[in-house]
Design a protein around this ligand. Structure first.
Ligand SMILES: Cc1cc2nc3c(=O)[nH]c(=O)nc-3n(C[C@H](O)[C@H](O)[C@H](O)COP(=O)(O)OP(=O)(O)OC[C@H]3O[C@@H](n4cnc5c(N)ncnc54)[C@H](O)[C@@H]3O)c2cc1C
Length: 424
């Protein structure tokens, strides 16, 4: 019997969901080979990056070794970074060689988008990967440490000013963590809290536009309580080494953390596959490339209008589309008709620091500790689904017992991750 090879590219929420569904489906089929290619040795819990960047939990809490995720050896895990795909010859290329496929699932996620604004990509900090979260965390810590050794008021002010750009989930969660961590860092380095400025910038009239205004307002109030200045209808015009220039004509000198825009993964540029202007692959209702019928997409990589709206780039889309494409590949292999992808969203939640969150589940609204508890339960549910009880124990340990251990500065300063760290 001729062997068929299914390759899942990317070990994020979508890739793991696709690979695990394929594993379940084909575990007793020696004629079907499954490979998952991921550039890291671990799966990153992107939704929790702000907790690392804001010094709440240790970096280990958002990294889950890929070797912990599969019950059988049906899915062969390959650590490699794919640079090119030849869709005609059905080959994936990396610096190390090539990988053939019969069916391909592209699940390579997304990257920040800078709207062509000058200086942001090179001078701003990003929060879209494990490494970026660690760099942000260590930079913030360094700012407080260095400020405590400086007597010049202007210099201190610059070191203790932080701008989080983007009033969506990521920006709100990052600003909330920073608002909370600031109190501990001020105590640790004997700095007056009044000296620290944290801004959350949003170009639209409100933050968190995905929520009802009453919930968004509660988040705003909570942020303000933590000392975050929420500036709406306020965009960045440009950034240079002297500062961050706002459309309100104000200039802020300090650290910029950019969370305001998102695009697909730009490595697809110049590949022979149709993508939209933000590198998201154009697919049909089966999440199948409109150009190559043996290529499927899942998660943030998808460009598709469902009920005339783009599919949101969130975890539920990633997990559900991953399952759906795996099901459809199974159907194609069994010569059955494919089923369209029908998303089923349960709700949205956002945390503002460690003890406050807001959540909306269908028509139920929750705030405060109840919503925080719910967020933990959602994480526990996800982790149980991908790796069982050991991952839950690790999560509880990281969140509740093994809280952030102060990073050692000698380690920080020798870390190659810090090569391009800039402060305005
Ligand atoms: C800070 C932050 C907070 C968020 N908070 C929430 C939230 O609260 N709720 C929510 O629903 N969503 C949230 N999101 C969005 C959510 O994380 C994404 O929608 C989700 O991660 C998409 O899953 P994915 O599998 O498509 O991509 P990812 O999870 O990004 O996975 C893509 C994988 O592909 C790998 N990869 C990429 N390129 C290559 C290559 N060339 N070769 C090999 N491997 C490659 C990457 O290493 C990565 O592991 C947040 C995102 C961020 C960054």
């Amino acid at each position: 019997m001729a062997t068929k090879k299914v390759v899942v590219l990317g070990g994020g929420y979508a890739g793991i969901s696709a690979a695990k569904t394929l594993e379940k489906k084909f575990k007793n089929r020696p004629d079907i080979e499954i490979q998952m290619i991921e550039r890291n040795t671990y799966h990153t819990l992107l939704t929790e990056l702000h907790e690392v960047a804001g010094g709440r939990v240790s970096p280990a809490s958002v990294r889950i070794g890929l070797n912990r995720l599969f019950k059988t050896d049906k899915v062969q895990i390959i650590q490699d970074k794919i640079d090119n795909i030849d869709f005609n010859d059905q080959l994936l290329y990396s610096a190390n060689g090539s990988y053939p496929y019969d069916y391909l699932v592209i699940a390579t996620g997304s990257r920040p988008f800078f709207f062509g604004l000058q200086g942001i990509e090179t001078l701003g900090f990003k929060l879209w990967s494990y490494k970026e979260a660690v760099v942000v965390r260590d930079h913030i810590y360094d700012c407080f440490h260095n400020a405590s050794t400086v007597t010049n008021r202007e210099k201190r002010k610059k070191m203790l000013s932080f701008v989080v750009a983007g009033g969506g989930f990521t920006g709100v969660e990052m600003a909330g963590e920073l608002g909370e961590w600031k109190n501990k860092l001020c105590k640790q380095f004997s700095i007056d809290r009044e000296e620290v400025s944290i801004y959350l910038l949003e170009a639209l009239p409100n933050i968190l536009n995905i929520f009802d205004p009453d919930l968004a307002n509660k988040c705003k109030k909570r942020l303000e309580k933590l000392g975050v200045q929420v500036l709406t209808q306020c965009g960045i015009e440009r950034v240079d080494k002297d500062g961050i220039y706002l459309n309100t004509k104000k200039k802020i000198e300090g650290t910029l953390i950019w969370t305001a825009g998102i695009q697909g993964n730009p490595y697809l540029e110049n590949m022979d596959i149709k993508y939209d202007r933000r590198f998201r692959v154009e697919v049909n209702e089966f999440m199948q490339s409109v150009q190559h019928e043996n290529v499927f997409c899942a998660g943030d990589t998808i460009s598709y209008l469902y009920n005339e709206k783009p599919l949101p780039q969130i975890v539920e889309t990633a997990v559900q589309s991953g399952e759906s494409v795996a099901e459809n590949i199974g159907r194609l292999l069994g010569e059955k008709k494919m089923k369209p992808f029908v998303p089923n969203y349960h709700g949205v939640m956002v945390s503002v620091g460690s003890v406050y969150a807001v959540a909306k589940l269908k028509s139920i609204k929750l705030t405060g500790l109840m919503a925080t508890g719910l967020k933990h339960m959602v994480n526990v549910h996800y982790l149980f689904g991908i790796g069982g009880l050991p991952l839950i124990f690790d999560y509880l340990n990281h969140e509740f017992t093994d809280r952030f251990v102060t990073p050692r500065l000698d380690v920080i300063h020798n870390d190659p991750l810090h090569k391009n760290v800039t402060q305005f």
